[in-house]
Design a protein. Structure first.
Lengths: 342, 283
């Protein structure tokens, strides 16, 4: 028993030593760390490969890109607390703002440094329902019909879930003529139909698709397509509500880190290349909405439906700086929704 | 042991025959300070930035109270279940020889080794209404996954080895002759178990309970998958801490953590007192 434990300990030590050695080697050429949120795994896997090739051809240097994925807020906190990210590609503007405010590692004017408010691709929130749409869910109002169970993650812990919530709010705003009491009632009613609040978007997708819980999943557009690919198109249908929200996942260079490491040039090129024809096409292939669709071959665009999309900068929300504390802060509207349900 | 006559003034104990007391004590204190005391005082320090009234407001907030109730309640129930069945498992493993015993013995440690998230996902798959177990229980009207019952199941799973591994060595030390003596002196089986065997086991059982309980209170990884995480229903205190962190509200997060820490420490202290009392009585 003791010998076997000792062997395990030894091999663990050995493994970590090898890993450290490996990191040392990686420093031979430029290494970028892209800290991103959950559903972008597949997108950046492809994009990193394309960019490395492009950079090699353009400058003759090799670049290795390391990826880190997790909940958007958690990732932002890791950067604030010292994770050595060169670039961040997160789900919410407010998460990057948090890095700006709490750590000053990103300059406050980051949003104007890249086109389209520093969002190279956008996305939206749509519905994923069981095959044949047995509960007849076609618009936001259908979500609160009797017997409908809605799967969406907790807006407190998930960036995607905040977009879900805001999309519902925007719809109700139009429906009830800006009457805030009625909007709150609708959104509260909607969350009364949510039996499980997962902590992240991926968790909700698994709950809906794999555990077969609920009748409708409020999902990122790209995540819904991924679920079709992953779990079989014969099991689910995608429903596009007539109106949804314009989700702008932003990207930024972490100024303090790239200046310390001397990687600013590559880091900026890395983000800029997202706006190139190749970057935009990769984004479209992964079911994001490219910010420059004119650069993308029509074949890769065809799946994307035209919807009425409300922006976070619309007066009903007044931008993230206002919407974040108002809706999702401690004691904000989302907390109030759950208060009476005691 | 004979007590040395009291000498004038206070002084250290006579040097023991085992050398290195000063060195090892110094090392232990330094080590504990580095590993436990500094991080924990950092935690308390950070929550102290709140001031009493804010701290009190967070501590008495209904949502906080409810989350603490759920965390401590489910951990208590799970530890109680583990005490009963963990002791039986330990008993079987020590006392009987049967094929596959070593495999089962090794299996007990699996919850230690498994990443808790994996445990949570596996249990959720099993107990969700469409899963193997869940589908069997659903017609009976029993919902496990996405309810507090699911939390208990997850905590029973991760807590089992704590009980088995603390009780097992003690059972190994009880001689079979003790039982035989009890039998020859006319005790029935019931009396043998509760009057002869159990008193010797009690301190270990209490320790096992304390370990499983403490582990359960702080458990996050496996629980969030199976709990459903509805505020006031199945939202555990560690999740509330994560939610506060997501709001970049470090002070509130550390405040809840400090409350948990204080409650846990208090309970472990009480359990240790009970234990030393049982040890004195039966030891």
């Amino acid at each position: 028993m003791t010998t076997s434990r000792r062997t395990i300990l030894l091999s663990a030590l050995l493994a970590s030593a090898v890993q450290l050695g490996g990191l040392g080697f990686a420093h031979a050429d430029t290494t970028l760390l892209n800290v991103s949120y959950d559903p972008t795994r597949e997108l950046y896997k492809d994009y990193n490969e394309a960019f490395a090739k492009h950079w090699q051809a353009e400058s003759g240097e090799t670049v290795t890109i390391q990826q880190s994925h997790g909940g958007s807020g958690k990732q932002a906190r890791a950067v604030i607390d010292g994770l050595d990210a060169d670039v961040v590609t997160l789900a919410l503007e407010s998460d990057i703002n948090a890095i700006v405010e709490k750590s000053q590692k990103i300059n406050p004017d980051w949003r104007s440094k890249l086109p389209n408010n520093a969002s190279p691709y956008t996305s939206t929130i749509i519905f994923l329902v069981r095959k044949g749409n047995p509960k007849g869910i076609n618009d936001w109002g259908d979500l609160i019909k009797d017997g409908v169970q809605v799967i969406t993650p907790n807006p407190k812990t998930s960036g995607g879930a905040r977009w879900n919530y805001l999309a519902a709010w925007a719809w109700a705003n139009g429906q009830f003529g800006r009457d805030e009491t009625k909007i709150k009632e609708f959104v509260g009613n909607l969350y009364a139909h949510v039996p499980i609040l997962d902590t992240g978007a991926r968790g909700s997708t698994v709950t809906f698709a794999e555990r077969e819980q609920g009748d409708v999943l409020l999902a990122w557009e790209n995540e819904a397509y991924l679920a079709l690919d992953e779990f079989g198109a014969d099991k689910f249908d995608i429903v596009f509500p007539p109106q949804s929200i314009l989700a702008e996942p932003p990207v930024a260079v972490v100024d303090a880190n790239v200046d310390a490491k001397g990687t600013r040039k590559v880091a900026e090129a890395y983000l800029n290349y997202l706006y190139s024809a190749e970057g935009q096409t990769i984004a479209a292939k992964h079911h994001y909405r490219p910010s420059k669709p004119e650069l993308v071959p029509a074949a890769d665009l065809q799946k994307q439906r035209e919807l009425k999309l409300v922006s976070i900068d619309d007066p009903i929300f007044g931008g993230w700086k206002k919407a974040q504390p108002y809706h999702f802060g401690d004691g904000g509207i989302f907390d109030q929704i759950y208060k009476p349900a005691q | 042991m004979t007590t040395a006559p009291a000498k004038a003034g206070w002084r250290f104990r006579q040097p023991s025959v085992i050398p290195g007391f000063g060195l090892t004590l110094g090392f232990s204190l330094a080590y504990l300070t580095l590993i436990i005391l500094i991080p924990l005082s950092g935690l308390v320090w950070r929550s102290a930035s709140l001031g009493w009234s804010d701290f009190f407001a967070i501590a008495t907030d209904r949502r906080t109270v409810k989350a603490l109730e759920i965390s401590f309640g489910t951990a208590f129930i799970a530890a109680a279940i583990n005490v009963v069945f963990g002791t039986i498992v330990a008993w079987v493993l020590v006392r009987y020889r049967f094929p596959g015993r070593r495999v089962i013995d090794a299996m007990v440690d699996l919850p230690f080794a498994l990443p808790t998230a994996v445990a949570g996902i596996a249990l959720t798959t099993l107990y969700s209404p469409k899963g193997w177990m869940g589908a069997l229980l659903a017609p009976l009207g029993i919902k496990v996954a996405y309810t507090p019952l699911g939390i208990v199941i997850a905590l029973v799973f991760i807590g089992l080895p704590f009980v088995v591994r603390t009780v097992q060595p003690i059972i190994e030390e009880i001689d079979k002759e003790v039982e035989e003596a009890a039998a020859t002196l006319g005790a029935n089986r019931f009396q043998t178990i509760f009057l002869v065997l159990f008193p010797g086991l009690a301190p270990a059982v209490v320790t096992g309970f304390a370990l499983a309980f403490a582990r359960g209170v702080g458990e996050y990884g496996s629980v969030i998958f199976i709990a459903g995480n509805l505020p006031y229903v199945s939202e555990i205190a560690p999740l509330l801490i994560v939610i506060r962190l997501e709001e970049y509200d470090y002070a509130a997060a550390t405040a809840i953590a400090t409350i948990m820490l204080a409650l846990s420490f208090l309970m472990l202290l009480v359990i240790n007192l009970i234990q030393s009392r049982t040890r004195k009585r039966y030891g």
